[in-house]
Design a protein around this ligand. Structure first.
Ligand code: AMP
Length: 283
């Protein structure tokens, strides 16, 4: 495994692989790798000649009240995981090399962003697409792998790739969960022992909502309220949102039908957790 810190060096290496006709599977992450990330890397390993993993805690996507300073990091562990899973290129730049000067151009997401996490994190997805545009130009991926745990991110990246004609295929990967249903997340380590016991009820609440939909409930407000009550009953977390939207357009629906996302964000003391279910709700 080759570890690269310099953006220019990554681009040179990627160009030479592309000139050899090799496919590059790219997994962008912020590190502190867990089984969710591992699944993405494994998928990339199966489908590409070269696997590129990036680890970069991108300050641009954190707001002033976000947890940038508390974001967990473990470089040694991440290197071991990457090497065990057969990553060829580990790109680990520092902030100065990714943002060496004041930018002249800013990317702004104008759709799929004023809902779910985008609503309470203004500028978050602008930061995400900005760093991804840079990373796509540096790593020249054939395919890029994202987790459905961050389903809004998948929807926004779908827009980025289509709007800017990036020659890259988006591969969404299903959410990897703990045995009790909690979605794996780097932020789970910031839960207290009591909160960790309550956190799986976010997923259970979403499943409760899904069952209502499968039983024929078409009223989004009814389902949202049922999920909200369920989560409030079983956790001390503060609900940031429970939403049902069309997917991937992320538009509100008067009646539940077609492909939809049922998503939740719950704030605990030192961790804000998100989870979702995307489903076909029928006609
Ligand atoms: P992050 O390091 O949190 O930016 O995540 C990097 C990538 O891993 C993103 O595409 C996430 O959606 C994905 N990811 C994070 N947690 C999970 C999970 N539990 N299952 C599947 N993918 C995940």
């Amino acid at each position: 495994m080759k570890v690269i810190h310099s953006p220019d060096e990554l681009q040179e290496v990627a160009i030479s692989y592309k000139n050899e006709g090799k496919t590059i599977g790219f997994v962008p992450t912020m590190g502190f790798l867990h089984e969710g990330h591992e699944k993405l890397i494994e998928e990339a390993r199966k489908e590409n000649d070269i696997v590129l993993l990036s680890i970069f805690v991108n300050p641009l996507q954190f707001g002033p009240h976000d947890d940038l300073d508390h974001y967990p990091r473990d470089e040694q562990h991440d290197r071991k995981v990457a090497s065990r899973l057969g990553v060829d290129l580990l790109f680990h730049p520092d902030v100065e090399s990714m943002y060496p000067h004041e930018p002249a151009i800013k990317l702004t997401v104008i759709r799929r962003t004023d809902v779910l996490c985008g609503r309470s994190r203004p500028g978050h997805f602008d930061g995400v697409v900005t760093v991804l545009a840079k990373l796509f130009h540096l790593g020249l991926p054939t395919r890029v792998y994202f987790g459905m745990k961050d389903a809004q991110q998948v929807a926004v990246v779908d827009g980025l790739i289509k709007d800017f004609h990036f020659p890259v295929e988006l591969v969404p990967v299903p959410t990897v969960r703990e045995p009790d249903g909690l979605a794996k997340s780097s932020r789970n380590v910031n839960l207290s022992a009591a909160e960790r016991k309550e956190a799986p009820f976010i997923h259970k609440g979403l499943v409760h909502g899904k069952v209502l939909i499968q039983d024929g409930c078409r009223n989004p407000e009814k389902v949202n309220n049922a999920v909200k009550s369920f989560i409030e009953k079983h956790t001390h977390g503060k609900i940031d949102y429970i939403e049902i939207l069309s997917y991937p357009e992320l538009e509100s629906v008067a009646s539940i039908k077609g492909r939809i996302i049922l998503a939740a964000a719950v704030k605990f003391n030192k961790a804000r957790l998100i989870d979702n279910l995307v489903m076909e709700a029928g006609d």
